[in-house]
Design a protein around this ligand. Sequence first.
Ligand code: 4NP
Length: 270
Amino acid sequence: MAGAAAASSAACSSPAPNPTTRYPVRRRVPRPPLVAASRHCTASPFPTTISISSSGLGQARPRDPFLNPRLRFAAAAAAAEGEGEMAAEASAAAAEGAQAKPFSVLFVCLGNICRSPAAEAVFRNLVSKRGLESKFLIDSAGTIGYHEGNKADSRMRSASKKRGIEVTSISRPVKPSDFRDFDLILAMDRQNYEDLLSSFERWRHREPLPDSGPKKVKLMCSYCKRHTESEVPDPYYGGPQGFEKVLDLLEDACESLLDSIVAENASVSA
Ligand code: 4NP
């Protein structure tokens, strides 16, 4: 018995730590940020620089001086020190960046496969007809992620195509940063509107979000001029006429939405 106990004890006990032994220190290595692939044919208006940080991990950094704190700081520092040509160059780059900041619009419905991708496409089409592509950042999302990664519903794509509008977006759910990144968030119906506000309330406790977040959310039909409906109805479980109705409402709303953005934002009309 005593022999068995001794053998068991020897097998289980770990050796006493030797104070002279140097153990390697395990450091936490920061993970690289997840950079999502573009979901659209249109690229961001700003080129991106991939830099190698001190951790050796690649990070995407915008080269837009307005967004890039290092360039903004360089412009300010050079100007303060009166470094002639360099100051002028950096200031010009910063001013150009400030002018180039696009007005950003996000269209939101439930699944992001019928109404909001169509809204995105209708609005993109109008913006392009007016030659304002460089002034806008346009996207769409769903309050649920059930269809994430999917193309828009084929019925919506073909109804839009008949009107000369290509629906190209890929479904994604709304995310907290949308409340930072977008100037205006258009909800297709009241439920989408309420869900967006509830998400904002939940997310603002997790990460810093602008107080202006809820004010950015508007009902799409509040922009309609020729229609009296207050919501864009969900066409998913209905017939083809439902998709036509959605497009009628979206064409009406998008026209006056664009007019009002252009009228209220000097940076867009300039
Ligand atoms: P959407 O339409 O919100 O306009 O994209 C719907 C798409 C999918 C579902 C409901 C509505 N669904 O239940 O899966």
